[in-house]
Design a protein around this ligand. Structure first.
Ligand code: ADP
Ligand code: GLC
Length: 483
């Protein structure tokens, strides 16, 4: 099997910069792909944390003027990752969240910042680093969406391109007068180009001009071709359905390993679940919850945004309290939701606990100590927390959408093989039903154990899922060679 070279392009990468699951995927996939003869280098922006992580780096390029200032392209191996870094201080030397200002607004020059990232990807695609000329440029989400567009519009010899949608809700839209600043040709501003309802959309550009489109679950691949799930791009995605596929995400099972996890109170395994009880107690103590082993302890680890449906869970506080359950929530995001959950915790100490913020160690403890993990998303391209839950013996209670549908098996679907509970439609009533069903199962110890063991024996790793990407890369490279 010949080696293939892939340039991945993304705006975040675990463990250096992360705001969500995108970083996890971009950080884990390259290692998993090695087993299939794929060599990946990942181009990321030179945020302060990235530059710090590089220490001594190789300088591949120096460009005196690149989108408004000088830029360098640096390279360095970091752990398992082979990174290429766009060091452009005028665009990326800003601490904190990669996309928003300290007071929470999008950086006004986000278009320029991520056009620059994509442009650098296209230059690497066209041979800017002679020692690494990729066979495939793989763009992740809108921030990398212009990369396939630049490559296509250059009308030169180019690598194959793949665009992966991790979340169709973020489309990277900018005013059309930015066309020249982005270095896009006038004729590209059309319905068959980068134009989107009078604006320029980076995601649309990527979807329009890439050779292949993927998204992160088969169900989401179908949902985004409908008018509701398509969020304005359904028509284009239907037109391109021949090149669109859904490949499920995995998780890094060395980062998420209950046998070696240092963030939890007691380590356990797929065959030895009893120590989990100590994690539940540690979690209850850490959050001031009543140390009751009998109350079904629900966990949530999530961004607090409309997508995640946590307002629907909030409506179910009476169910949770009435059924004698407990809830621990770790998350941050929309101010209204943060305040509402904090108020609930204050009103029901011992029963409801909330930590507003981002804390990986606590996320691990919740997965290891909660009895169930609730993910009531309105839409979910894949979702990773339910995969972590399966691996950690927390029974997932999820809405029947996107990747949640594809990764959890409900009791009603396959009794003996079930791994969790699913509910639909995404309403407070349907969630109440699922919570009540869960509580009945919880009080049948054998039934609950079976759910846990089924979850623990589910393969949530990248191994087989990475092989799908490897096959896709080989296929698209062969198709381009034959053109
Ligand atoms: P999304 O990318 O839409 O936020 P995913 O489920 O794909 O959702 O990925 C979320 C990732 O971020 C998971 O690795 C999850 O553990 C992590 N995460 C989310 N919120 C927090 C938090 N408040 N603290 C720690 N980790 C979090
Ligand atoms: C997005 C989606 C999430 C998915 C993640 C990684 O953030 O919201 O469902 O798991 O990307 O693909």
């Amino acid at each position: 099997m010949s080696e293939l070279r892939v340039l991945a392009v993304a705006s975040e990468i675990y463990p250096i910069v992360k705001t969500g699951g995108l970083a996890d995927v971009v950080g884990a996939l390259p290692t998993a792909l090695q087993a299939y003869g794929i060599e990946t280098r990942t181009l990321v922006p030179g945020y302060p944390d990235v530059i710090k992580a590089l220490a001594v780096a190789e300088e591949f390029l120096h460009v005196p003027e690149f989108f408004g200032g000088p830029a360098r392209l640096l390279g360095r191996v970091h752990g398992n990752l082979n990174l290429l870094v766009l060091d452009a201080p005028h665009l990326f030397a800003r601490p904190g969240n990669p996309y928003v200002t300290p007071d929470g607004k999008d950086w006004p020059d986000n278009g320029v910042r991520f056009a620059a990232l994509s442009k650098m990807a296209s230059e690497i695609g066209q041979g800017a680093i002679p020692s690494f000329v990729p066979d495939v440029v793989h763009a992740h989400d809108w921030q990398a969406g212009l990369a396939p567009a630049y490559l296509h519009l250059a009308h030169q010899r180019r690598p194959a391109t793949v665009m992966t949608v991790h979340n169709l809700a973020y489309q990277g839209k900018f005013p059309h007068h930015m066309l020249d600043v982005f270095g896009l040709p006038r004729e590209s501003f059309s319905i068959h180009g980068v134009e989107y309802y009078g604006m320029i959309s980076f995601l649309k550009a990527g979807l329009q001009f890439s050779d292949r489109i993927t998204t992160v679950s088969p169900t989401y691949a179908r949902e985004i071709q409908t008018s509701e799930g398509g969020m304005g791009l359904g028509g284009l995605l239907r037109e391109r359905s021949q090149v669109l596929s859904g490949i499920l995400n995995g998780i890094d099972i060395s980062v998420w390993n209950p046998e070696t996890d240092r963030d939890i109170a007691a380590r356990f395994s797929a065959t030895e679940l009893d120590p989990r009880a100590a994690n539940k107690l540690a979690l209850q103590r850490r959050f001031g919850l009543d140390p009751s082993p009998n109350a079904l302890l629900l966990g949530v680890v999530s961004r607090l945004s409309w997508q995640k449906g946590l307002d629907i869970l909030l409506e179910n506080l009476p169910t949770i309290l009435g059924e004698g359950m407990q809830l621990v929530l770790l998350g941050s995001g929309e101010a209204d939701l943060q305040h509402a959950y904090q108020a609930a915790a204050k009103a029901h100490p011992g029963r409801i606990a909330v930590l507003i913020g981002y804390d990986e160690a606590v996320a691990h403890l919740i997965q290891a100590g909660a009895d169930a993990l609730v993910v009531p998303s309105r839409f979910e391209p894949c979702g990773l927390t339910q995969l972590c839950a399966l691996r950690y013996g927390a029974v997932p209670i999820v809405s029947q959408v996107g990747g949640l549908s594809d990764t959890v098996i409900d009791v009603g679907e396959a009794g003996g093989a079930a791994t969790g509970l699913k509910f639909g439609p995404v309403t407070a009533d349907a969630l109440a039903g699922a919570l009540q069903r869960a509580n009945i199962l919880w009080h049948d110890q054998q039934a609950w154990r079976r759910l846990q063991y089924n979850g623990l024996s589910t393969d949530v790793s990248w191994r087989s899922r990475a092989s799908r990407y490897a096959a896709l890369y080989r296929d698209v490279v062969a198709a381009r060679r034959n053109q």
